[in-house]
Design a protein around this ligand. Structure first.
Ligand SMILES: [Mg+2]
Length: 309
């Protein structure tokens, strides 16, 4: 048995060395081979792909956040190599989605307990086959969006400071200046939707990393992706809907938020909008092609999650 672990050494602020020691201990006591792949930010995808090709590991362990998970998922999609996740990134939305144990990092004893909990999920071996979404030639496993949230991500990227206060500042700044855009959605089965919106999410998952639910209907393994359109019903409604991104509360009203389940769709936007996929800022877009790639990546999850999936 060979386990390949992908570690993003700069993701989040936890001590990745203690995780490496933990995994080396497991490898010794359980008798598997452990290979470590550290991301550098330079051509990681191609290097990991080469590593997976040459090693053909039995499991791919991912120690990082949503960005590292997305890269790993792209590499092993359709390859029958399950992913075990140690959610130690700065954004761990997919871990929350899969109901994985929260990491309590940077306190040595809690580190160990966190690693043990994540490891137990992998050892128990319950897994779900997760869908991915193809969006304008890129992949998404979690959440992509145009409009307000992508503008916040852009402002956050351009800002020197980090953390929740910066996010909140960006939120209120972008929120007060945001103008509605026109959208036209054509679903593959002929359904048409159009109107004005402040934000449109392409949601494989249910929630942001903060736990705020954008897509109450979301299920990462049901073979459909939701287009969640946040429309303007009133100034208050946009405050409430978009505010839930921060507070974690969700009180959606049908005329404020429209949720469209599709397998494939095209979206037209006017004017072009800021755009992000799984936390990575993209070029502004006016046209988006979306299609679901059903059940392409196997990811370990809790037994409870598997039973309800
Ligand atoms: Mg789904």
């Amino acid at each position: 048995m060979i386990y390949l672990v992908v570690i993003n050494p700069v993701s989040g602020d936890s001590n990745k060395k203690s995780l490496t020691y933990f995994l080396q201990e497991q490898a010794q006591s359980k008798g598997f081979d452990l290979e470590i792949f550290e991301t550098t930010g330079n051509n990681d995808y191609a290097k990991l792909e080469e590593k997976v090709e040459s090693l053909n590991p039995d499991k791919l362990l991912v120690a990082g956040g949503d960005g590292t998970l997305l890269m790993a998922a792209e590499v092993v999609m359709d390859k029958n190599i399950p992913i075990g996740l140690f959610p130690v990134g700065s954004a761990n939305g997919m871990a929350a989605e899969l109901d994985l144990p929260t990491m309590m990092l940077n306190i040595p004893i809690l580190d160990q307990q966190s690693f043990k909990r994540a490891w137990r999920i992998i050892e128990e071996g319950h897994s779900v086959k997760v869908d991915m979404v193809r969006i304008n030639g890129e992949y998404s496993i979690h959440l992509a969006d145009v409009g307000l949230n992508a503008e916040i991500v852009k402002g956050f990227d351009e800002s020197d400071s980090r953390g929740f206060a910066t996010y909140a500042h960006q939120f209120f700044q972008k929120y007060t200046s945001k103008k509605a855009f026109s959208y036209l959605v054509r679903a593959d089965d002929g359904r048409l939707y159009s109107g004005k919106a402040y934000m449109l999410s392409i949601a494989n998952a249910r929630m942001f990393g903060t736990g705020a639910i954008i897509n109450p209907r979301g299920n990462v393994s049901d073979g459909t992706v939701e287009l969640c359109v946040i429309k303007q019903a009133s100034a208050l409604s946009i405050l409430k809907s978009a505010g839930s991104i921060i507070t974690g509360n969700v009180e959606y009203d049908a005329d404020q938020v429209e949720i469209i389940s599709v397998q494939q769709a095209t979206i037209e936007l006017d004017p072009a909008q800021s755009f992000q996929i799984d936390g990575e800022l993209q070029k502004p877009v006016s046209k988006i092609d979306v299609s679901i790639l059903p059940s392409v990546v196997e990811v370990y999850c809790s037994e409870d999650f598997k039973n309800q999936a």
